[in-house]
Ligand binder design. Structure first.
Ligand SMILES: NC(=O)c1ccc[n+]([C@@H]2O[C@H](COP(=O)([O-])OP(=O)(O)OC[C@H]3O[C@@H](n4cnc5c(N)ncnc54)[C@H](O)[C@@H]3O)[C@@H](O)[C@H]2O)c1
Length: 254
């Protein structure tokens, strides 16, 4: 797969941590110029400096992807500097406060929906027009296994990820004739700060999660998810659009 994204300009959000960071490293090693995006400037700087030390191209752009003005400005800056945007991996997400639906606050519902779903809408809204103009583009949005099954105590999260899949499929249909492919990945339990925050040091929760895995009880690694995003962003997936790809060791297929 060497050079799979050679000379492509790639936007990756959530690049300060976990799956986004691994993807930034992998896409860069595969030849892409990375625009690494995150709300956490310090974490982002770490990602980008590691990539640059390896001699690959990456720049850090601190941005809250729920802020329409900031997203519009960022995409405008990318176009002004590079002249195009070939790939976008819209990947930010938060879990929200675990609670039964009746105990979930409106504020938590709104925060999870805004970060997980509205951000994908906003990013695609500004990524798609330049892709239309240049005549090609590949977008990957991060959903979750919780995008196709319910999750007790995480109803806003599950609803937001179902929404990401609906948005992905609708955009795939709308822009197929513009040669823009829009796909989603659905990671399973992947060992990142997001998962560790959810486990919150509770051994019983961790044991339960491990025991429910269909594979060997091992959590996925961010790089295993990044590999799927890389393929979907690459020209090797040239006839794949509207797909929801599970990257979960077979967890949801049972
Ligand atoms: N880790 C898992 O087990 C798992 C499973 C299924 C789906 N996912 C999804 O994968 C994606 C990445 O998860 P991760 O595990 O790498 O999480 P993570 O918490 O390690 O990384 C998420 C990054 O997103 C950034 N971010 C959050 N809000 C932002 C905003 N408004 N603007 C810009 N950046 C923002 C954070 O600062 C962080 O760096 C998320 O969408 C998550 O829902 C994760």
């Amino acid at each position: 797969m060497a050079g799979t994204l050679s000379a492509k300009v790639a936007f990756i959000s959530g690049a300060g941590s976990g799956i986004g960071r691994a993807s930034a490293e992998l896409f860069a090693a595969e030849g892409a110029q990375i625009i690494a995006v995150d709300i956490d400037g310090a974490a982002l700087a770490e990602t980008v400096s590691k990539i640059q030390q390896q001699g690959y191209g990456a720049e850090a752009r601190e941005c809250d992807v729920t802020d329409e003005g900031a997203v519009k400005q960022l995409i405008g800056d990318i176009l002004a500097k590079y002249g195009r945007l070939d790939c976008a991996f819209n990947n930010v997400g938060v879990m929200g406060q675990p609670a039964a639906l009746g105990d979930t606050s409106l504020a938590d519902w709104q925060r999870v929906l805004t970060v997980n779903l509205t951000s994908v809408f906003l990013c695609m809204k500004y990524q798609i027009p330049p892709m239309q103009q240049q005549g090609h583009g590949a977008i990957v949005n991060t959903a979750s296994g919780a995008g196709v099954v319910g999750m007790a105590t995480l109803s806003p999260y599950s609803a937001s990820k179902h929404g990401v899949l609906g948005l992905t499929k609708s955009a795939a249909l709308e822009y197929a004739t513009s040669h823009i492919r829009v796909n989603a990945i659905c990671p399973g339990t992947t060992d990142t700060p997001f998962l560790r925050a959810g486990i919150n040091g509770d051994k019983a929760t961790e044991d339960y999660l491990r025991s429910s895995l269909t594979s060997d009880g091992q959590f996925g690694q961010p790089m295993q998810v990044a590999e799927a995003a890389l393929w979907l962003c690459s020209d090797r997936a040239s006839w794949v659009s509207g797909e929801s790809m599970f990257v979960d060791g077979g967890f949801v297929c049972r």
